[in-house]
Design a protein around this ligand. Structure first.
Ligand SMILES: Cc1cc2nc3c(=O)[nH]c(=O)nc-3n(C[C@H](O)[C@H](O)[C@H](O)COP(=O)(O)O)c2cc1C
Length: 187
């Protein structure tokens, strides 16, 4: 299944612990749910030893940021998936710059050109799977002013953002070719 539902967007999730330690980890069980209200969801697996730091932190702070991984950030994104103790600052470890969001209680990755700032809306227990689905409401969007938009719209050009997608295992896709197809009733 993980090599068939592809490419999956990667939500690079940043949080702050109760003690103020910054945390960063990639999640590819991640998707958009609705535009109004603006909702996204991420499914966080549980470890044998307990909960992942991202889940512990977003429960405390009721907030997180989802940083968009562009092609040049593939390596640091992968680096941040290492399982490290909760007292390790994963921004420092991955050589990334953390900046405090001004609308939610979480840091974001300054190197990312697009960031969704989210409040936790609800958690859903995925019965039978040791995973918790976290639904977040996007309350702020940060965009690098240099990002290009499609002419006459507010759509960010994928050729400029170059988001990374997850394929199976260690395989990733980068947007190198974009085809545009108008819907039949909009031609
Ligand atoms: C590209 C990629 C996607 C991942 N997607 C998920 C995911 O959707 N759910 C999950 O539980 N773990 C996922 N992981 C593993 C977590 O990133 C990893 O367990 C990480 O150490 C969790 O960090 P935390 O304990 O700081 O939250 C993924 C790893 C990579 C490299």
């Amino acid at each position: 299944m993980t090599s068939l539902v592809v490419p999956r967007p990667i939500g690079w999730l940043s949080t702050r612990s109760e003690d103020g330690i910054l945390n960063l980890a990639p999640y590819s069980y991640f998707g958009a749910l609705s535009v109004s209200p603006m909702l996204i969801a991420v499914s966080i697996g549980h470890k044998k030893e307990g909960l992942k730091d991202s889940l512990v932190n977003l429960r405390h702070r009721r907030a997180f940021c989802m940083n968009v991984v562009s092609a040049e950030l593939l390596e640091p994104m992968n680096e941040s998936s290492a399982s490290v103790p909760p007292n390790v600052d994963e921004f420092l470890r991955s050589g990334l710059t953390a900046v405090d969001s001004d609308c939610v209680d979480a840091p974001f990755v300054a190197e990312c050109r697009a960031v969704l700032e989210c409040e936790v809306q609800q958690e859903v227990d995925l019965h039978g799977a040791p995973n918790t689905l976290v639904i977040g409401e996007v309350v702020g969007i940060r965009l690098d002013p240099s990002l290009k938009t499609e002419e006459g719209t507010r759509l960010i050009l994928p050729e400029d953002l170059r988001p990374v997608g997850r394929l199976g295992g260690a395989a990733y896709s980068v947007v190198d070719e974009v085809r545009r197809v108008l819907r039949p009733d909009r031609r």
